[in-house]
Design a binder for this molecule. Structure first.
Ligand SMILES: C[S@@+](CC[C@H](N)C(=O)[O-])C[C@H]1O[C@@H](n2cnc3c(N)ncnc32)[C@H](O)[C@@H]1O
Length: 270
């Protein structure tokens, strides 16, 4: 992972929330919240909460007395999330690195993370931290994306940008969000951190958008892929987004577009 892969700041939070969340995160948030609610937790920790889509899904599915500590490394993501959500006594927003959680041992019944573990530079250390703050019998419930070839829009955008910058293709999407999909490795890392009972479910979905321009803006401007494009030539961000939209249009059509999307949901018990 390169340093800018974890930088979600500037105009990224707003574009992320507006374009990327409905495209790929909302349906998985409902799925994860449902799995979490079934465990009937009292205290939930969310890591890499970003702009709060899982928190919103949990608020509607968890029992009224359940508390949620929503955390993220990047304060601008939490600021964006907190500003657009009504105040709720059950929620605490806190800046936190998943590798060094600012919580006491055995504080939570569930640790949750939606599509965030891929961003943690030391997976085993992050799993150890999640395990440390879980009560005995508590669950770590999280999801990861499958490889990029199973996720149509991300794959098409990555291929389009390779043609724009042939000497140094921006590989953020393949390297980080879609770079930690080997289920055996994930189980090995969890076991190294002390988790024993682990289950894995593949979850398939369909990404839908009103036009090919939507996923192009979502990925090129609402993720750290933007940092990579701008590092190559900031003046070409709009051109790169347009070429990504054109590649999506050629493959998925010029009206409403639909693409395959695939992730894995992992549950590990302390
Ligand atoms: C793709 S987003 C996660 C998706 C988000 N949970 C959602 O459902 O919208 C990745 C998030 O991981 C956060 N992140 C990156 N490194 C982190 C770390 N070491 N600890 C906690 N959060 C981290 C980023 O700030 C970013 O908000």
């Amino acid at each position: 992972m390169v340093a800018t892969d974890k930088l979600f700041a500037g105009s990224i939070p707003e574009i992320y929330d507006r374009f990327l969340v409905p495209l790929i995160f909302e349906s998985y948030a409902l799925d994860l919240a449902h799995r979490i609610a079934k465990t009937d937790p009292r205290d939930v920790l969310e890591m890499a909460a970003a702009t709060g889509v899982l928190r919103r899904a949990m608020a509607s599915q968890l029992p009224a007395q359940a508390g949620i500590a929503a955390t993220d490394l990047n304060q601008p993501m939490l600021d964006y999330a907190a500003a657009r959500q009504p105040s709720d006594d059950r929620i605490v927003w806190k800046q936190a690195d998943a590798l060094a959680l600012p919580f006491a041992d055995q504080s939570f019944d569930v640790a949750a993370c939606q599509f965030g573990v891929m961003f943690f530079p030391d997976k085993v250390q992050a799993y150890k931290e999640a395990r440390r703050v879980l009560r005995p019998g508590g669950r770590y419930i999280f999801n990861v994306w499958d490889k990029i070839s199973e996720n149509d829009f991300a794959d098409t955008v990555t291929q389009a940008l390779a043609a724009v910058f042939p000497d140094d293709p921006p590989r953020f999407l393949a390297r980080t969000p879609h770079g930690y999909h080997d289920v055996e490795r994930i189980c090995t890392d969890l076991k190294a951190a002390g988790f024993e009972t682990i289950s894995v479910d593949a979850v398939d979905g369909i990404s839908k958008a009103p036009s090919p321009g939507h996923p192009a803006i979502a990925y090129c401007q609402g993720t750290p892929l933007r940092n990579e494009i701008e590092a190559r030539d900031a003046s070409r961000l709009q051109e790169a987004t347009k070429l990504a939209a054109e590649a999506l249009a050629l493959r998925f059509g010029r009206g409403t577009v639909e693409g395959r999307i695939r992730g894995f949901v992992i549950a590990a018990t302390r």
